[in-house]
Design a binder for this molecule. Sequence first.
Ligand code: 2P0
Length: 319
Amino acid sequence: MTESTGQTAIAHTNIALIKYWGKADSALNLPTTSSLSLTLNEYFTKTRVEEAAEDTLLINDLPQDSQRVHDFLNVLREEKGDFSPVKVISENKVPLSAGLASSASSFAALTAAVAKYNGWDLSLEELSRLARRGSGSATRSFFSGFAIWEKGSNDHDSFAHEFNVPDLPIALVVCKISGTVKKVSSSDGMRRAQTSPDYDQWVAESAKQLDEMKQALSQGDLDRVGQLAEANALAMHDLNLTATDRRFTYFNQNTMKVLEQVKVLREKGYLAYATMDAGPNVKIITNQEQAPAIKDFLVERFRKIQFDIATPGPGISYE
Ligand code: 2P0
């Protein structure tokens, strides 16, 4: 077998500043809100697709039996034309402990690698639309810097695009609070959050926050970017707490302690705002100049928590 029988794509993960937290259609992964993210340089997935006797999956050298990946390959076959079985070899450089969605970079890299392998000539937007069927957040991992996933209203118009802004020195301090496997999957968490009496209000507020976020990014107003992202994320987590179907939280004691220190940092004059996803970890939004000092401040106070600094990353690439 020659090298040309395989194709490799690299996708970086992304962190939502305006979150996706609820589905209008769970089979098609159509969201209830549009979301906006930052692609990160430090975390990525590299995926190779090769000819094989049957569909198989290897993640970080370990064979996996993923129904989700299997179903997704079949979605691609239905959408773009049949192809023979493939071996998917994935290297995930997204530490699970970072609490960053590895499904975002994984499904983006897989979609791009399969498309290249089959010689499909697709736009980034079409790749994004296809990747949505694997994982919603994957729609946003094809683009460098900021991306907006427009919720759309059907399978054809729900995909992401790049949101171009003047160079912004944004940085994240990623607080790796816990490496334990999350207890509530994103899909289940969203389903439950949507039973909160506050859900419709969050959807309405989110649309306003997205408009304001676009403006703040265009103006390079990082303080406003942080304020909006923190408000959007905290309100998202309130939905989990107020769900009428088995309310829950992703926060643990260390989450609360770090959130408290984010306020202390602000009182000290730092640019520091928090965002959280489907896990206990906190990501602090700041600028590249202040990130090292914020990291040092937290290392002093939380000896058992690891901290990374993440910066804006590139869009999809191929090897
Ligand atoms: C986001 N998250 O916007 C939100 C915020 C987590 C919290 O997208 O069910 O793995 O595969 O579409 O994309 C994580 O959920 O969910 C996520 P599915 P996904 O980044």
